[in-house]
Design a protein around this ligand. Structure first.
Ligand code: SF4
Length: 461
């Protein structure tokens, strides 16, 4: 099929711009980013940080469940395939022990306003274990009456009983992995999930009383064309999701060996990825979704969209969020926590994580203490990523810093400004609509670690 007939000539991007600004950069779900965490931050450091939280702090809890029924070849998560339930139930026990230890280290007062189950596939947990864990968390931590409980759901393995168990545990929002409905694409990524399977899962969740529905879609997949993605979007919106995350597939086989099963010659090149991302964004906006940051979309009445209009949007390890918490507590293997003092990450191998918890300590193995410079740069990067603009003078005033110290970064943005991707006026930097998909590249200019680091990242587009 000729490219034009497939719609791949849509939203053509100057190849020069893609070459200059579309290269590998972090996703900036934290700053400093995870490759710069180090073992100088220990379980003892973490216990001290937890004890130092103010009593009025709001908590966000993240639980990582690193198990799946089958490996999707595009997967970039910390997970493993299990055939038996025993490792999952053992892990649930460890999660409860870890939660109790972490909660013991907190001062009296902090309350949980959000709970997010991620993975892996949290719905690998039986309905009983899911409820038992949620009840255990409610006993360990003080839950706010209006707590939001979100869970990542694999539509292929959801049944009515599990959906009811999620609702009974208080789940208010479910995120469903969809990616693309095209059969050829699904075969190429080892995730066969016809539209009817996703539609049934949405019905089960809504019938059980779970109202918030998110979909994850993906571009840049093998054998994927613009027309496939647009058709997938049309099908997706028939199910009326409140939010859609549109992620670019990150091909990092040096980090995720199963990605070697993806045929590289079937992957769309940079220009095609760009065309897919922009065509999908335009279609979602035309269908009434508000574009948020560079990869999220939400119905105008959804809380995430309201966070944009009310200037409350933030960015954390789940991406764009309206989570107002001052501290993110990560539980489970590989889970990352974010406290006012810095970041912590648990052991990644499940056996190491379980051994640490069995020894009676948090499983934190590395992290990063925030310096004053980190805090300032983190604020600049998060503001740019969320608001697509930043007033350096205003932020520097709040951080007791001198905006003149950013002269080098402003100069580094000259090229993007000349290409119409950012506008610089005094100390204010604005990312233009043309530059929105490349906001990570603008943010990267302020990343002090990126220049010195050796970490390899996925492409900006
Ligand atoms: S279900 Fe999700 S976490 Fe599991 S392998 Fe597939 S993409 Fe990865």
């Amino acid at each position: 099929m000729p490219a034009a007939a497939r719609g791949d000539s849509l939203a053509a991007m100057d190849p020069d711009l893609l070459r200059r600004y579309g290269g590998p950069v972090p996703r900036y779900t934290s700053y400093p980013t995870a490759p710069h965490f180090h073992p100088g931050i220990t379980a003892e450091t973490y216990l001290g940080w937890l004890g130092g939280l103010p009593p009025e702090a709001r908590l966000s809890l993240y639980l990582h469940v690193p198990f799946c029924a089958q490996m999707c070849w595009y997967c970039g998560c910390h997970t493993k395939v299990v055939r038996r339930y025993e490792p999952v139930s053992d892990y649930a026990e460890t999660l409860l022990q870890e939660a109790a230890r972490v909660a013991d280290a907190l001062p009296r007062g902090p309350r949980a306003v959000q709970l997010h189950w991620g993975g892996g596939t949290p719905t690998m947990l039986s309905g009983d274990d899911f409820r038992r864990l949620t009840d255990g968390l409610r006993r360990a931590f003080r839950f706010d009456a209006a707590v939001e409980i979100a869970v990542e759901v694999d539509p292929r393995t959801l049944d009515a009983e599990k959906a009811r168990a999620l609702a009974a545990a208080g789940v208010t929002r479910a995120s469903l992995g969809v990616q693309d409905f095209t059969a050829a694409v699904q075969a190429a990524i080892n995730r066969v999930q016809p539209y009817e399977v996703t539609a049934r899962a949405v019905d089960l969740l809504r019938d059980a009383g779970i109202r918030g529905i998110n979909f994850d879609l993906m571009y840049g997949l093998p054998r994927q064309w613009v027309a496939d993605l647009l058709r997938s979007i049309e099908l997706a919106v028939t199910l009326a999701p409140d939010r859609i995350a549109l992620f670019g597939y990150a091909h990092v086989p040096w980090m995720k060996s199963h990605q070697r099963l993806i045929v590289e010659s079937e992957l769309p090149k940079e220009a095609a990825r760009w065309a897919q991302a922009e065509a999908a964004a335009a279609r979602l906006e035309a269908l009434g979704y508000l574009r948020i940051g560079f990869d999220h979309f939400a119905r105008p009445e959804d809380p995430l969209a309201r966070a944009v209009t009310e200037d409350r949007l933030r960015r954390n390890f789940q991406g764009y969020t309206d989570d107002p918490a001052e501290a993110l507590i990560g539980l489970g293997a590989s889970a990352i926590g974010s406290l006012p003092q810095g970041y912590v990450q648990n052991a990644v191998p499940i056996q190491d994580y379980r051994a640490a918890v069995a020894a009676g300590r948090p499983a934190v193995l590395r992290g990063c203490r925030l310096s004053a410079d980190d805090r300032l740069r983190r604020a600049v990067i998060e503001t740019l990523m969320c608001r697509l603009k930043v007033d350096l003078a205003g932020l520097c005033a709040r951080h007791d810093a001198d905006p003149a110290d950013f002269a080098e970064e402003i100069t580094a943005l000259d090229g993007m400004a000349a290409d119409g991707l950012v506008e610089i006026e005094g100390s204010e930097i604005r990312v233009t609509e043309a530059g929105r998909p490349l906001v990570r590249s603008a943010a990267a200019v302020f990343d002090r670690y990126l220049k010195a680091g050796t970490a390899r990242h996925s492409r900006a587009v």
